[in-house]
Design a binder for this molecule. Sequence first.
Ligand code: GUN
Length: 333
Amino acid sequence: MSSTVAEKAETASDGILRPSTGKALIIDGKRVSELVLAETAEKVRTLAASGFKPGLAVVLAGDDPASHVYVKAKGKAAESCGFYSVQHNLPATVSELEVLKLVEQLNSDPSIHGILVQLPLPKGIDSARVLNAISPAKDVDGFHPVNVGLLGVGETAKALVPCTPAGSMVLIERAAAALGFEVSGCNALVLGRSNIVGKPMAQLLLAQNATVTIAHSKSRDLPDLAGKADLLVAAVGRPNMVPGSWIKEGALVIDVGINRIPGEGVDASGKPKTRLVGDVNYEEALARAGAITPVPGGVGPMTIAMLMSNTLKAALRGPRRADPATDDTFGGA
Ligand code: GUN
């Protein structure tokens, strides 16, 4: 029996693509994230033989419940990769100066290769000032203007790239390879122009020679733009904003949105249930897309995996490592 194009792609994908109830294949971000984490852990094991251990410091200020959950997951992933992992908890009353002092201390700590200051910071603290104080060489969030600039001039390999677009790009590359989809020359539409996702995503796609359009809240005729997109990345943070009818037949769809909406019924404690949805109407999109990331289980798991990958990247070229392979991307600062 001859297999269909979708079946062939699924077989070629090493379990990354799986069938859906519709035409589209589902891109399994959880599986890809596990592969990235396993690859990172394997490299860390090799480094351990020479007595070297990458170190990640996470700074958490205040008591935002969601931040606590995220930071815990980051620490767990760091430990599972074999990193030296430290978490600095600061009270909500901490001053900007105290946060800056801690960042400075971590900048000059040779056992720390990656620094992440969890956002949002407590009221009254200038986040940009704190983020800009992190050494670009240790900026595993990729938010420092030096890393933003490196990405902007196409030095993608040298830059520490923000984790969500970096993870989205890994999903695109893996899915494209299995599907026989050419990113080079394709029409890519990025919905959303945030500094953390939309803009770096567009830069990464441009670096892969896609024809990139960035659309945003003021863009005219979104259905027309989307209808021409071979590759659509939705990063607007608006639940189900993209209906299936906008999607070009066979397009590759990456849904970055993670939106909590009311669900059906109540939970065990009597509270109304909620559920997570993306920026794309998933059920409708299944009937038109060639492949799509689900929410949850798509881009979400990739973010922490790429944080680990960035930490390893920073550690491998850190100026404090006594290794001839050390590079001086950041001038040894
Ligand atoms: N808060 C929510 N997401 C992030 C992230 O990716 N990095 C940082 N530093 N804070 C966050």
